[in-house]
Design a protein around this ligand. Sequence first.
Ligand code: HEM
Length: 478
Amino acid sequence: VKIGLDRRKRRQFNEPPAVPGLPLIGNLLQLKEKKPHQTFAKWAEKYGPIYSIKTGSSKLIVLNSTQVAKEAMVAKFPSISTRKLSKALAVLTSNKKMVATSDYDDFHKLVKRCIIINLLGAGAQKQLRDHRDVMVSNMIENLETTIKENPDGVVNFRELFKDELFQLALKEALGLDIDSIYVPELGKELTKQDLYNVLVVDLMRGAIEVDWRDFFPYLRWVPNSKWEENIQRIASNKFFVMKSLINEQKRRFDQGEVVNCYLNYLLSEKALTEEDLISLVWEVIIEASDTTAVLTEWAMYELAKNFDCQDQLYNEIKEVCGSEKVTEEHLPQLLYLNSVFHETLRRHSPVPIVPLRFVHEDTQLGGFLIPAGTEIAINLYACNMNKKDWDEPDIWRPERFLEGAHEVSDLYKTMAFGAGKRACAGSIQAMLITCISIARFVQEFEWRLVEGDEDKVDTVQLTAQRLQPLCVYVKARN
Ligand code: HEM
């Protein structure tokens, strides 16, 4: 940590405005609701796009506009390139042994290169095309069967989508879909649903478990054993399950089975330990399984609610594809579909707040002094809902992306994927899966919300998942 600016310089710059709070606990009580992105956005209306809050004894700077967020993520990245993890995240990510939570160090550069070359870059995504095609055709088949069995019934979209996406995640990470696995340390056979719970659901819940000692580091010596047991149990279950999955796959590789998967590539990186391997393979399973599902569910909710938009999309698909099934080759021509994708990223940003960054040398943001040691929260939700940048931001209106001078292939029309060197590495995969799924869903079926669901826009979790799973009427078009 370089603490550079002298007193004279500090006086030259103001520090950002502070949101008033209570002595000792600062603004903690005002954040009780567990949806800090919304509370932070409200405060921005009063205090401006950059302000500070106090969470117990720590000071946190919150950024709420695209301009100041980009300044932090791009121009000032060299001073803000490390992470500040909560205790829960540190335990669950094996202390930064993931691409997404590591500091910008040699480990990060090595594993970022691996993930881009072997999994998430444009070239690797081309090689993984079959997994996406199988996923989409399975979902269409499942929907057809469900509708045949129950023509007037309601479909639980989340169940349908998440099962197939999890299968795709397992295939990308480990090379094949897995129905069940015996985990010796847990003494039992786990089903696919158990695997999903241990590797995705429990971890997403655990990530927002707050240890009050995070806010009062000087009280770290006070035991909080119930909290610790819970987080350790989640982390060790994940560890044992991943270890069994990896060992099982290694046995196959040793028998000469050649499988194109992320694990296989990582095994050839001799610098990685077994613990690194477990954490890195798990990382792509959770990243592939969660945010894309959150986003596609919101897109289908909006299309089922806004019939005119659904019609417009259907007509575009008819015009571009005629009687052919939509394929990934059609995507660059489907401009309205592209707008639906970006408008959903904007209105329902799946990652509302970026995992906290840490300022490791004095810097400036928005003209204010930000001293070394400060923690930074980048509120992507507020950037994408900012009235200065977006006309009527509350309204989901895909047309806004047809009007502007946006490049179709630009994945950063909004701040939803972040910006700069640490922007989302999986944006191509997220775009391909979301767009091809939406296109095929609308090409084959008509989607209509259940009466009374029009205003159900509440969210839950670390990512902006819908509070209630989307249950919709689905009718075959032919
Ligand atoms: C709609 C879907 C997605 C959204 C909105 C999203 C959003 C984000 C955001 C905002 C960040 C930046 C965090 C930061 O600046 O600190 C990020 C990073 C990352 N994302 Fe995504 N993500 C999505 C899908 C995916 C998928 C499908 C994968 C992989 C399977 C993935 C892998 C990653 C990785 C590895 C990073 C870390 C990059 C780095 O630190 O260099 N993401 N994502």
